[in-house]
Design a protein around this ligand. Structure first.
Ligand SMILES: Cc1cc2nc3c(=O)[nH]c(=O)nc-3n(C[C@H](O)[C@H](O)[C@H](O)COP(=O)(O)OP(=O)(O)OC[C@H]3O[C@@H](n4cnc5c(N)ncnc54)[C@H](O)[C@@H]3O)c2cc1C
Length: 475
């Protein structure tokens, strides 16, 4: 019996598998594709995902292969200077193509002992009180205590579970590909700038070696979006949108994507859970989907591991849905708003101009930037200190940095008083006695995902919160 079968070896599935391995969980990732895809969907990581990489000791590898950009300009593409006073030690967006992110996360997972089975397609799923059974296309079956569908927007797991996926269907499709162009680069840049004054779903960006990333509205809706568009289709749509096809040729890859906006009704059905695009889809505006998936995995990993290792307090696993479902609902909403602001009708353009003016106020700009970068995420842990439920930013401590102390996915009590105790839970929670000029409260209890579970200096209260999140010693 495997502990957890993760279906889908994209960023969400691989991140989740790594988080589970940190706690000794036997995890198998099933990935239908034999080879990693060449298609470059996401182009970057936002602040909270950068923090996640830092917390797990991976950031240097990401920084070495990425480029740091100011955080402004992601809300509906409205360009403004970066807002001041963001609650993070990493106030930048990391430009890094998704295949590189996927590769780095996969290397991390393999180093931790995750088993990734490529060429393994799930076609069936059932569950009972003791576990879940998955059926593969080659006729074999696997049995696990839990299964997690990280199998993307068309999730077979979600469909087999019968979980409803309410929202709006795709209304417009966009062609995306990488190809060479014979036209003069300066003429391309000038034409793109002109067309983008009114059509924001369009672009030819030089990515090196004479190759462009081409984005252009599709003519209508394809019968099957999995079938890549032809080069002829790209040319036709470029002419229709920009008056020229720029002499595009020799595509490296071609794809198309839609703007469906949907959210799974339940993230958990018994012993099967959903994460990443399997649980939510939305247009790529603001570059949030991959980030959302990584953060789903970061929330779910330690909780599911606690279930497998039989110390999870009651309700811990269900808190995954309670915490992450509203976050995705909020992202869906901000993409709906952004799509509206990017639409061409005069009313939407007028609202766009108004929002752009409002964003000249630093508070407004910060508010919207915090949405896109997930800095604004605060889980509902009840009334209390303003830090409660938020992710703790990295802090400079007297002896080192906070995030350096959290690579193993354990809880952490940061105690500036030196008087507190983790109540016999040292197996699950580190007790760090240190101080930081950046922390204005006596002590904080951090969950393995870095969210603040308790603030204060009262041992009795702390003990209650330790039990709530980390269970009872010895169990
Ligand atoms: C044009 C575009 C641009 C984007 N830009 C950004 C961006 O800048 N920033 C950002 O954060 N997000 C962006 N996104 C979104 C991002 O690409 C996705 O949100 C992200 O890939 C989701 O990761 P995932 O692991 O949940 O799903 P996926 O990446 O879709 O991975 C799912 C995996 O499951 C596998 N699978 C599916 N079915 C089965 C099965 N039955 N059995 C076994 N395996 C299966 C698939 O082969 C796939 O490898 C963009 C998306 C698009 C289309």
């Amino acid at each position: 019996m495997i502990d957890v079968v993760v279906v889908g070896g994209g960023p969400t599935g691989v991140m989740l598998a790594s988080e589970l391995r940190l706690h000794g969980v036997h995890v198998v990732v099933l990935e239908q594709d034999v080879e990693p895809t060449k298609v470059v969907r996401a182009l970057g990581l936002h602040t909270r995902s950068v923090e996640v990489m830092d917390q797990r000791g991976l950031l240097e590898r990401f920084l070495a292969l990425g480029e740091q950009y100011p955080v402004g300009g992601f809300f509906a593409g409205i360009l403004k200077p970066p807002p001041e006073r963001l609650d993070t030690a990493h106030p930048y967006t990391l430009g890094i193509p998704q295949p590189t992110v996927d590769r780095l996360l996969t290397e991390h997972a393999l180093a931790l002992g995750v088993e990734i089975r490529r060429g393994s397609e799930l076609i069936g799923l059932s569950q009972d009180e003791e576990g879940a059974t998955v059926e593969l296309a080659d006729g074999t079956h696997l049995r696990a205590l839990y299964a997690v569908g990280c199998d993307g927007g068309r999730s077979r797991v979600r469909k087999l579970l019968g979980v409803s996926f309410p929202g709006e269907p795709t209304k417009v499709e966009t062609l995306l590909g990488e190809m060479e162009a014979t036209e003069d680069p300066e003429m391309i840049a000038a034409t793109v700038a002109e067309v983008r004054k009114t059509q924001l779903r369009f672009g030819l960006g030089l990515i090196g070696d004479g190759v462009y990333r081409v984005v252009v509205p599709a003519e209508g809706l394809a019968g099957d979006r999995i079938v890549p568009p032809t080069l002829e289709e790209f040319k036709r749509q470029l002419v229709a949108t920009a008056g020229t096809d720029f002499g595009v040729h020799s595509p490296r890859w071609r794809s198309r994507f839609g703007d469906a906006t949907r959210l799974a009704e339940h993230y958990r059905t018994g012993r099967v859970l959903l994460a990443g695009d399997a649980a939510h889809v939305h247009p790529p505006v603001g570059g949030q989907g991959l980030n959302l998936g990584i953060q789903d995995a970061f929330n779910l990993g330690w909780k599911l591991a606690a279930e497998v290792n039989v110390w999870a307090p009651p309700g811990l696993l269900d808190s995954y849905h309670d915490e992450r479902h509203p976050v995705a609902a909020d992202v869906l909403d901000n993409t709906r708003a952004q799509m509206q602001l990017m639409s061409l009708d005069p009313g939407s353009q007028a609202v766009r101009r108004l929002v752009s003016e409002l964003m000249n106020f630093d508070d407004v700009s910060r508010y919207l930037t915090e949405k896109i970068s997930a800095i604004d995420v605060r889980y509902d842990f009840g009334a209390g200190h303003q830090l409660l439920g938020r992710r703790m930013r990295d802090l400079e401590l007297k002896r080192g940095r906070l995030y350096e102390l959290m690579p193993g996915g354990r809880g952490l009590l940061l105690d500036q008083t030196g008087r507190l105790s983790v109540d016999g839970l040292a197996e699950r929670v580190d007790h760090v006695i240190d101080t930081s000029t950046q922390l204005e409260v006596p002590a904080v209890l951090l969950r393995p995902d870095g969210h603040v579970a308790w603030v204060g200096d009262d041992q009795q209260e702390l003990s209650r919160h330790l039990a709530k999140w980390f269970g009872v010693p010895g169990h």
